[in-house]
Design a protein around this ligand. Structure first.
Ligand SMILES: Nc1nc2c(ncn2[C@@H]2O[C@H](COP(=O)(O)OP(=O)(O)OP(=O)(O)O)[C@@H](O)[C@H]2O)c(=O)[nH]1
Ligand SMILES: [Mg+2]
Length: 210
């Protein structure tokens, strides 16, 4: 697939700092340290998002404008479940993420990243329940698959299959280290944006197909 070009448009600590809803948005959510920012870097082919081995690195909602087949925003959300931040700060993030996802009509999909080694933990289940209560569409992406030997991957997938929320897409498996699954993820996202926009246009009574 064609290379994606990305640019950091906005770092938002408050809702007033969100950019206008001009393009479709795909948000990356998941526990701290699961590899959200690393995957954004791999998708964009540049070290644009800050990555750290210490959980809790991304503390703002970061909007990246992507120029691919169509233009859209990739949105890097602060990780959740990081106990070392103080409660006040964690509540502030939770409120900001909650506000973002409830009020963003341009938000098409949440990519829920889950560490392949650990599978769905308590916080992931809370996130899934919350997304389905909000009617948010999600795609499950297992990260860091390079950390699991190839011979064990199928049994891990079988183990997690029963925990997949029925209404979400996926799972896809990726590694930001050796780029496993990255092209597949890119294709999924482009096709998803195209078909969702086409559907929305149809609802409005016109076609956007070339
Ligand atoms: N082996 C391996 N390590 C990875 C992979 N993706 C990320 N990492 C490492 O995991 C750590 C956390 O990565 P980040 O991308 O900062 O994680 P994050 O989800 O953005 O974390 P927060 O911003 O704290 O929410 C870093 O040390 C990365 O180098 C992967 O696919 N394989
Ligand atoms: Mg991050």
């Amino acid at each position: 697939m064609k290379k994606w070009h990305g640019e950091l448009i906005k770092t938002a600590f408050t809702k007033e700092q969100f950019p206008p809803e001009r393009y479709p948005e795909i948000a990356f959510a998941g526990r701290s340290n699961v590899g959200k920012s690393s995957l954004i870097n791999v998708l964009l082919g540049t070290k644009i998002a800050k990555v750290s081995s210490n959980p809790g690195k991304t503390r703002s909602i970061n909007f990246y404008m992507v120029e691919a087949k169509s233009k859209f925003y990739l949105v890097d959300l602060p990780g959740f479940g990081y106990a070392k931040r103080d409660k006040g700060e964690r509540n502030k993030w939770a409120k900001l993420i909650d506000f973002y996802s409830k009020n963003r009509s341009s938000l098409l999909l949440i990519v829920h990243l889950v560490d392949f080694r650990h599978g769905f933990l308590e916080n992931d289940i809370i996130l899934q329940n919350w997304m389905s209560s909000q009617g948010l569409q999600s795609l499950v992406v297992f990260t860091k698959v390079d950390k699991v030997p190839t011979t064990k991957r199928l049994s891990f997938l079988k183990k997690y299959a029963g925990q997949m929320p029925p209404e979400s897409f996926g799972p896809l498996c990726v590694s930001s280290v050796n780029k496993t699954g990255v092209e597949e993820l890119k294709s999924f996202l482009i096709n998803y944006i195209d078909s969702t926009l086409e559907e929305k246009a149809k609802d409005l009574g016109f076609s956007i197909k070339n």
